[in-house]
Design a protein around this ligand. Structure first.
Ligand code: CO
Length: 199
C-alpha cells in the first residue's frame, strides 16, 4: 500500500462513475480533443479551471503557472498558446487571475523568496507601469487585489503581442482573448472587460 493509494482509489471510482454515466465517454475523448477554450491561470490549488467552469475533460485546454503570467520568452507558455491556436483552433483564450494571489502578494512584499523572485520580477514590472494608480491605494489587501487585476490585463496584452496571435489575426482566425479574475471567497469570476480580437 503506497502513501497515495487513496488517490488511485479515488481515480478508479471517478473513472467508473464517468463510464456508468456515459459508456462512450473515454472512448470519445481518447480519439480526439477539440476544446474551444484555452485557460491560462494561476497554479493555486484553489483555482481549478475545469471545476469552476463546470467543464468536463476535453472542454478546456489548460496552462497554469504562478500568478498566471505570459512571459515573452517562456517557451512553455508560448508553446501552449501556439498549439491551442494553430492546431486545436480554440476560439477563446482566458487569462484568469485571482484575488489574494500569493505570487502577486510576494512580488509586493520586498522580501526574499529564493528562485521564484526571478519569476515574480515580471509582476514588479506591472507594478512599476501602474505605480501612480497603485500608490493611491493604501490598504494592503486592496493593493494586492488591484495588482491582481492589472497583472491579468498586462498578460492579455502580452498574449495579443505573441507571434501566434498576430499571425492568427492576420489570417482572420476567429479568436478572442479575455481577462478575468476569480474570487476565492464566493467562487465567482469577474470579467475585466478587456477582451480583444482582430475586429
Ligand atoms: Co495565485
Amino acid at each position: 500500500m503506497t502513501a497515495i493509494q487513496h488517490l488511485f482509489d479515488n481515480n478508479k471510482q471517478w473513472a467508473e462513475k464517468r463510464t456508468k454515466e456515459n459508456p462512450e465517454f473515454f472512448k470519445r475523448l481518447s480519439e480526439q480533443q477539440s476544446p474551444k477554450y484555452l485557460w491560462i491561470g494561476c497554479s493555486d490549488s484553489r483555482v481549478p479551471a475545469n471545476a469552476l467552469l463546470g467543464m468536463d475533460p476535453g472542454e478546456v485546454f489548460v496552462h497554469r503557472n504562478i500568478a498566471n503570467q505570459v512571459i515573452h520568452t517562456d517557451l512553455n507558455c508560448l508553446s501552449v498558446i501556439q498549439y491551442a491556436v494553430d492546431v486545436l483552433k480554440v476560439q477563446h483564450i482566458i487569462v484568469c487571475g485571482h484575488y489574494g494571489c500569493g505570487g502577486v502578494s510576494a512580488a509586493l512584499d520586498n522580501k526574499s523568496h529564493g528562485l521564484i523572485d526571478n519569476w515574480l520580477r515580471h509582476i514588479e514590472d506591472v507594478y512599476r507601469f501602474h505605480q501612480e494608480e497603485m500608490d493611491q491605494v493604501t490598504d494592503e489587501k486592496e493593493r494586492i487585489n488591484l495588482l491582481c487585476e492589472l497583472n491579468v490585463i498586462e498578460q492579455v496584452a502580452n498574449i495579443c503581442k505573441t507571434t501566434t496571435l498576430v499571425n492568427a489575426w492576420q489570417s482572420n482566425q476567429d479568436i478572442t482573448v479575455h481577462g478575468v479574475v476569480y474570487n476565492l471567497h464566493d467562487g465567482i469570476l469577474k470579467d475585466l472587460n478587456v477582451s480583444a480580437n482582430s475586429k
